[in-house]
Design a protein around this ligand. Structure first.
Ligand code: ADP
Ligand code: MG
Length: 513
């Protein structure tokens, strides 16, 4: 245990309840002592996201999106083109594959599609951990490993009762690749950097699809073709769009956060041969890097950013991503332990260790509906190592979870409403914030969302959905639906492969799209 010098003794024994209000944002910054309830009041205030602020943040997001489209690669929002010319419709038929490389595992999937009547007749996947020596080897080792796994999986298609692809026909694959890529065409792009624990000695700047196809050709036994290279937001949108034509936006709320949306192909200025002007495509916003003076940042965000591997970047993601919410909580509780003696006269040592509190800890505590907050108490004991806490202390910890989650959820909602503003589906209430008034359309819009934060943190989800209603107004909000699009990074890519090859087949026989 580390002893704090700032403490006046008995605060942990509920003694702080009547303490004086000597906290303000200045002394939150300057580490002067105050009582937990004053600290909490000021922290709540500096994290506040009233609806008018959210509307302005949404407007700033829409403006930045346009900036990013007009100045490719030069603004904080990269607005990466996917070069997709179609999305799944539900009419696709046949056997299609997807591969998904994004973290510690590699997945291969196949789906048997039977148009709108049969939909997804059959689906199967395997997931294999990437061996450490492959994660830190050469790109040839990595793509060789991926190719070997694909070939083994493909060769079992007949045994499992899947309709086989004719020998003279290629198996089309959608490739979800969640690393930074400089995409040059719908099925090609060079890797900018290996991240997430991969430290491959070479391959940066080379086309990942070419490398995979060379490795597959070296294996010699299967006839495969990668028809699209996408990231997880696009897979999420594609999966939802397969079922519902109104799906316009894909959002990831998991470890990190990002979004993509349906845009006019003509808006992509760097596309040398875009399809017809009215045709649609998908843009990957990379919204995690959004930043704005409007974002309600606190000392905890500043500290987290300064100590991060990428200071000054991904400001928005650092306020909403699952990787960060628990760490923000830890930083706030540590400051409260130091300044207000929240956990008594000593500072729990574990609380001084970055990432000792994770977002699942936070959602578990936030989900505690017992009157004595027993779950909060046991998480504090397990994660922070403080065995005995008073109800008042547990209530403070609960409230801090609530403030951080509410802010993250409401900012995520502002991001989504920003996209709706960009595509003119935001309703009249948002118009009051627009610098250039739009003609907002009343059309049904579906937002496809994937990620554990949305799926497994009900209070986060509820705060987000409530904030969207507040921003859009109840009436307009009835046109906007958010829906879990689980596992889009896998199935979505297979459905996209199916859509692309259906489109190509129609093109071959001269059918207009
Ligand atoms: P990924 O983003 O890697 O594809 P997920 O969508 O599963 O994976 O998101 C993982 C993130 O979600 C982790 O950062 C974790 O903190 C957070 N998370 C996992 N389970 C929960 C939970 N029950 N409540 C809140 N957050 C969770
Ligand atoms: Mg994911």
């Amino acid at each position: 245990m580390i002893t704090t010098q700032k403490l006046t003794g008995d605060l942990a024994d509920d003694g702080w309840k009547g303490a004086s209000d000597d906290c303000n944002m200045e002394n939150l910054k300057n580490s002067e002592s105050c009582d937990p309830s004053s600290f909490l009041r000021h922290f709540r205030k500096s994290s506040a996201t009233p609806v008018m602020l959210l509307r302005h943040i949404a407007q700033a997001m829409a403006t930045e999106m346009q900036e990013g489209l007009d100045h490719p690669g030069e603004r904080k929002l990269k607005m990466l083109p996917t070069y997709l010319e179609c999305l799944p419709t539900g009419n696709e038929r046949g056997l299609f594959y997807a591969i998904d490389l994004g973290g510690t595992n590699f997945r291969v999937l196949r789906v048997q599609l039977d148009g709108k009547e049969g939909r997804i007749l059959k689906q199967e996947s395997i997931q294999v951990p990437i061996p450490q020596e492959v994660m830190t080897g050469s790109s040839k080792d990595l793509f060789g490993f991926l190719a070997k796994t694909i070939v083994q999986f493909v060769s079992r298609e007949a045994d499992l009762g899947f309709e086989c692809v004719a020998l003279n026909q290629k198996r089309d694959i959608g490739f979800t690749f969640s690393f930074p890529v400089n995409q040059t065409k719908v099925n090609g792009g060079s890797i900018n950097a290996w991240t997430k624990g991969f430290s491959i000695s070479d391959g940066v700047g080379e086309d990942v699809v070419d490398q995979l196809e060379i490795a597959l050709a070296d294996m010699g036994s299967v006839n495969t073709k990668v028809v699209c290279l996408v990231n997880d937001t696009v897979g999420t949108l594609a999966q939802c769009r397969y079922w519902n034509d109104d799906a316009m936006v894909g959002v990831i709320l998991g470890t990190g956060s990002n979004a993509c949306y349906v845009e006019r192909a003509a808006a992509i200025s760097c596309w040398s041969s875009p399809p017809e002007a009215d045709d649609l495509t998908v843009v990957n916003i990379e919204w995690g890097n959004f930043c704005s003076e409007l974002l309600p940042r606190t000392f905890a965000d500043e500290g987290l950013d300064a100590d991060s591997l990428n200071p000054g970047q991904q400001e928005f993601e650092k306020m909403i991503g699952g990787m960060y919410l628990g760490e923000i909580l830890r930083r706030v509780l540590l400051k409260m332990a130091e300044d207000t003696g929240l956990f008594g006269s000593e500072i729990p040592e574990r609380l001084t260790k970055p990432f000792s509190l994770l977002t699942p800890h936070m959602s578990t505590m936030h989900g505690d509906d017992t009157s004595s907050l027993e779950v909060v108490g046991s998480v504090i004991e397990e994660a922070i190592g403080v065995k005995y806490t008073t109800l008042a202390t547990r209530k403070v910890v609960y409230d801090v979870c609530d403030i951080i989650a509410e802010r993250g959820a409401r900012l995520s909602a502002a991001g989504i409403v920003g996209i709706l503003t960009k595509i003119n589906r935001c309703g009249d209430l948002m118009l009051s914030c627009l610098t250039t008034p739009n003609d907002t359309e009343v059309k049904k819009t579906v937002i496809a969302i994937d990620g554990s934060l949305y799926e497994k943190y009900p209070k986060f989800r509820n705060y987000m959905e409530d904030a969207m209603k507040e921003m859009l107004g109840e009436d307009y909000a009835n046109n906007v639906t958010t829906t879990l699009s689980k596992d889009g990074s896998g199935v979505g890519a297979a459905l996209l492969a199916a859509a692309i090859s259906t489109e190509l087949r129609l093109g071959d026989v001269g059918v207009t799209k």
